[in-house]
Design a protein. Structure first.
Length: 113
């Protein structure tokens, strides 16, 4: 497998959990975003414990029936794209990945043909 060191300093937050919801990986941006909840100490804990209702229910359903969930949020004056998706190992569902990317308030949109 190719070297995956790039993800450590990737500017977007990356959190990976297994099929039970246990957090197996976080990059530096995720540790910073979730520092008030424990940062890197969240490794090995359950992702469901990090989410209030109704988010917790939605994540539990996504783990039971793997599917994509994409939305935007605004927090502390910053807009973020949240992209939650199943990940697979050799074709078998292995858990969820959450990407959290800061987006500009005036994000341009282009239609390409």
């Amino acid at each position: 497998m190719e070297n995956q060191d790039w993800v450590r300093e990737f500017p977007g937050a990356v959190v990976v959990c297994d099929t039970r919801g246990l957090i197996t990986a976080m990059n530096a941006a995720a540790e910073k975003i979730f520092k008030n909840q424990g940062g890197g100490r969240l490794l090995g804990t359950n992702v469901l414990d990090c989410h209030p209702e109704p988010s917790r229910i939605k994540l539990a359903e996504m783990m039971e029936n793997p599917r994509l969930n994409v939305y935007t949020i605004e927090k502390e004056g910053r807009h973020r794209l949240i992209y939650q998706t199943p990940w697979y190992r050799e074709g078998t569902y292995a858990g969820l990945v959450e990407l959290s990317l800061e987006i500009p308030m005036d994000l341009p949109h282009f239609v390409r043909e």
